[in-house]
Design a protein around this ligand. Structure first.
Ligand SMILES: Cc1cc2nc3c(=O)[nH]c(=O)nc-3n(C[C@H](O)[C@H](O)[C@H](O)COP(=O)(O)O)c2cc1C
Length: 199
């Protein structure tokens, strides 16, 4: 299917069919797709945790406000985490990136305050979100991006130390009556000409 059709048909799923699971084969593909996400200077300041274990999923749901039901009924929830401190990130790039990339970081970012650098790191994780949502659309897997989570509780449940959760994505297959699907509720976007410009 053409990519434009994928994007027209994808939507933020609000209600899942809890009897349907994403196949292991598709989960493997999604893991590889995330692994290949692009990032500035190939910094890759992230990890991605795929949760299918029901007990863990329920714990995360209880730390997810109004998103709880989606997480419980979805097949999997994927937690997107960013490295949360400069020293761990610098160790990672010094050990893994070529001289040019480390040089760019040292010249333009290293001296900036910790919060600014960590903010830059978190931007990279959002690129992976775009890749992931597009991949799900391409594979006919329904998804729900969720910033409505409690990052501290997530970090505790997942035993994170050098990483902080930014958001999670529930994936699975929609309940056939989900009112948010585009065939029932038309997509809402700002006026095309106000957003898309040509010179
Ligand atoms: C970073 C991000 C965080 C979001 N957080 C939530 C959330 O916590 N719960 C939710 O139901 N939808 C959430 N959304 C979904 C947006 O509301 C949705 O993408 C937007 O309204 C456009 O609708 P569509 O995705 O159906 O096209 C989030 C979307 C993004 C990109």
């Amino acid at each position: 299917m053409e990519f434009l059709n994928n994007i027209q048909n994808r939507y933020t799923t609000k209600k899942y069919d809890n009897t349907k699971k994403v196949s292991e084969e598709d989960i493997k593909k999604l893991k590889h797709i995330l692994h290949l996400s692009p990032s500035s200077i190939n910094s890759q300041p992230w990890n991605f945790i795929f949760v299918s274990d029901e007990e863990t999923k329920n714990k995360l749901a209880d730390a997810s406000f109004f998103n709880a039901e989606r997480i419980k009924d979805a097949s999997h929830v994927v937690v997107f985490n960013t490295i949360n401190n400069k020293s761990f990130f610098e160790k990672q790039i010094n050990e893994n990136l070529p001289e040019g990339a480390v040089g760019y970081y040292n010249a333009f970012l290293k001296e900036k305050p910790e919060t600014e650098v960590v903010n830059w790191l978190s931007h990279q994780v959002y690129i992976a979100l775009g890749v992931f949502l597009s991949a799900c659309a391409n594979m006919d897997i329904d998804s729900t991006p969720m910033e409505g989570i409690e990052p501290e509780k997530y970090a505790e449940i997942l035993k994170l130390d050098e990483h902080t959760p930014l958001f999670a994505v529930a994936i699975g297959y929609r309940d056939e009556n989900d009112a948010n699907q585009p065939t029932i509720t038309a997509k809402q976007r700002l006026c095309f000409d106000d957003v898309i410009k040509s010179i």
